[in-house]
Design a protein around this ligand. Structure first.
Ligand SMILES: Nc1ncnc2c1ncn2[C@@H]1O[C@H](COP(=O)(O)OP(=O)(O)O)[C@@H](O)[C@H]1O
Ligand SMILES: [Mg+2]
Length: 274
């Protein structure tokens, strides 16, 4: 059974404002996706292409306009809150660690919250588990007493990752969650995630701009473009050379070419023979 199954998901948002008539624009257009236990699915795409929207819909945090979302076989489409069992099963780490952590709670309290809620841990057991999680993400047990303001962005990001790991979820959406980490820490976190995958069959949706990470870490890869998911094989990009699919993939990842780098008939300057 897939851990998450999206069936024919469409999502539109309103654009326009006060004075103009609101128009709808389509962010996801009939998207199907199935994430199996222990699978890591890489997702790349230009900024604004709908990756985060897809992640939120997958976790039941946002309702689609149409289509069905199933988490561990349960239809959760349009539910405002997930049942407790599913709430612990799906976790997310956003890119914006600072915005997603409460500045008044210590690191220890942030990580302890899901352990208290879901595992009913307290006292020594709770403290030990928090210390263990801090060490797993390369921080020190002493960091438990510090407030978010005392950490760097990368350290705070690791606290968010520890918090997501705390309830032993079945699925973690990592929405550009390792982008801000330096390479050594990034490697360490990815090793940790790979370990959990082997031990507990944890599945990941791994949203990133870094194709090298997709190649190293993911089993399947998709790029998002025009509201659709397109599968690609990150190992076989050389075979795609010159193809329409590769062009679309690069367009999906790279920012648009500035006009100043195009000739008047729209050709890219680096492709014009001199
Ligand atoms: N809550 C919202 N209301 C209106 N528009 C939104 C909302 N969330 C996202 N969008 C728009 O939907 C598009 C896709 O956004 P997003 O999923 O964040 O893309 P990505 O994560 O790929 O950068 C963007 O144009 C964004 O501005
Ligand atoms: Mg995003």
């Amino acid at each position: 059974m897939p851990v998450i199954e999206l069936d024919n998901i469409t999502k539109t948002y309103g654009r326009g404002g006060f004075f103009r008539k609101q128009e709808r624009f389509t962010v996801l257009n009939n998207v199907d996706l199935s994430l199996r236990a222990g699978e890591c699915l890489g997702l790349v795409g230009r900024s604004g292409s709908g990756k985060s929207t897809l992640g939120r819909i997958m976790l039941g945090l946002e309702a689609p306009d149409s289509g069905t979302v199933r988490i561990l076989g349960q239809n959760v489409t349009g539910r405002k809150t997930l049942p407790t069992g599913l709430r612990r099963a799906v976790q997310v780490v956003f890119q914006d660690a600072i915005g997603s952590s409460n500045p008044r709670l210590t690191a220890g309290e942030i990580i302890a919250e899901p352990l208290r809620n879901f595992d009913k841990l307290k006292g020594r057991q709770l403290k030990d588990r928090v210390a263990e999680l801090l060490e797993q993400v390369g921080l020190s047990p002493d960091d438990a007493n510090k407030l978010p303001g005392r950490f760097s962005g990368g350290q705070l990001q690791r606290i968010c990752i520890a918090r997501a790991l705390a309830p032993s979820p079945r699925v973690i959406v990592l929405d550009e969650a390792v982008s801000s980490l330096d390479m050594l820490i990034q490697a360490r976190i990815l090793d940790l995630l790979t370990d959990l995958r082997k031990k507990h069959d944890t599945a990941y949706l791994f949203v990133t701009h870094d194709l090298r990470l997709v190649r190293r870490f993911c089993d399947r890869a998709f790029f998002m473009s025009d509201g659709s998911l397109h599968a690609f094989d990150p190992e076989k990009m050389a075979d795609m050379k010159g193809s329409k699919a590769l062009e679309e993939l690069f367009n999906a990842i790279l920012p648009p070419m500035p006009d100043s780098e195009r000739t008047s008939d729209g050709q890219r300057l680096d492709q014009v023979a001199v």
